[in-house]
Ligand binder design. Structure first.
Ligand code: TRP
Length: 336
């Protein structure tokens, strides 16, 4: 039986944080060890250009994200781990798909609509202010990422489901015109994947500037845990676990019986200082060994690059013959 292809991309604009780790990276790395699937995980660096025009940031983020996945033990003998821009066939496919995609479909994309709405609510009357064509047509680039490898399953956050539906629409349209070339991908949304809250108690997210970077030095890491906002209940007063940022993070890193103990401690009025100490130790225990590997990798960029090149080579073993076939199908071919 051929393995089912699971594919997901990570936009290279930020530094991986605890929320990314618990919600996406950890489950993806666990899946990379499953023999029944062939994971394709890639650095979506062309996607970064849509919203980030700072070259050094894109470069640094690519390095950090790659080192993070390798440090955490991604199995690159099974998973194909590559950088989007090392597979130029993806951009070629993007154009072929662009030419069968209805403009009206892109008008309906949430990310684009939200940007337009924000403009309409703001000063001035230009609904297109600050919206580049990359943002407008980004679902097509994402469709190409997925269809290039005929991925079956695409693990994503809820905000990305619409894009997978669009990839299916685009694939069907292409298949209808040029013949059955693409499998239709399905979104996989992990319902029980952890969503962590950040320093200020809102969802941990780069856009709220409330994240705890995964591989801070131990000292800074401890400081950040200590900065997590709590209410002002004193030690000795019983505390709610529901909606508590510290408890939520602890839950994502502990066994059910450890969690039970903490639940009791809350009822018995554990102090916030004490809880932060326990949380720090729990997290650090899981992260410290990977942090060491991360630091070593960041000092050996050649090794990271080598891994990415190997991944690109494997990816292109599929994309090169496939794009040939697609070119033929649309009539882009040699005269004789
Ligand atoms: N757009 C996705 C995000 O912002 C990242 C991404 C790019 C992606 N290409 C993809 C995810 C292909 C899944 C499949 O999270």
């Amino acid at each position: 039986m051929s393995k089912s292809i699971v594919l997901t991309g990570i936009t290279t604009t930020g530094t991986p944080h605890l929320g990314n780790y618990a919600g996406a990276i950890r489950p993806a790395i666990a899946a990379s060890k499953n023999d029944d699937v062939r994971p394709f995980y890639f650095l979506a660096d062309y996607h970064a250009l849509i919203k980030c025009h700072e070259p050094e940031r894109v470069r640094q983020s690519s390095r950090e994200i790659a080192a993070t996945w390798l440090a955490l033990g991604l199995d690159t003998s099974n998973a194909v781990f590559y950088r989007q821009s090392d597979v130029p066939e993806i951009l070629e496919l993007t154009w072929m798909l662009t030419c069968v995609t209805a403009k009206g479909l892109m008008n309906r994309a949430h990310a684009y609509k939200a940007a337009v709405q924000e403009n309409e609510e703001g000063e001035g009357a230009d609904p297109d202010k600050g919206i580049n064509m990359g943002l407008f047509s980004y679902p097509i680039l994402m469709a190409a990422d997925i269809l290039m490898f005929n991925a079956n399953k695409v693990p994503v956050g809820k905000d990305q489901i619409q894009h997978i539906e669009m990839a299916r629409d685009i694939a069907s349209r292409f298949n209808h015109i040029y013949g059955e070339h693409f499998a239709l991908p399905e979104a996989v949304v992990e319902d029980n994947a952890a969503t962590l809250l950040g320093l200020d108690g809102r969802k941990m997210s780069k856009s709220y500037n409330n994240t705890i970077p995964l591989f801070e030095t131990e000292k800074k890491f401890r400081k950040l845990i200590n900065k997590i906002k709590t209410n002002s209940l004193e030690p000795g007063e019983p505390k709610e676990t529901e909606g508590c940022t510290l408890f939520g993070i602890y839950q994502a890193f502990s066994t059910p019986s450890e969690l039970e103990d903490i639940r009791k401690a809350y009822a018995e009025g554990i102090g916030w200082g004490e809880m932060k100490k326990i949380l720090f130790e729990k997290l650090n225990e899981e992260i410290a060994p990977a942090r060491e590997r991360y630091v070593a990798l960041m000092q050996a960029p050649d090794h990271i690059e080598e891994q990415l090149q190997e991944g690109a080579k494997k990816a292109r073993e599929m994309s090169t013959p496939f794009i040939e076939q697609l070119r033929e199908s649309v009539g882009i071919a040699k005269i004789v």
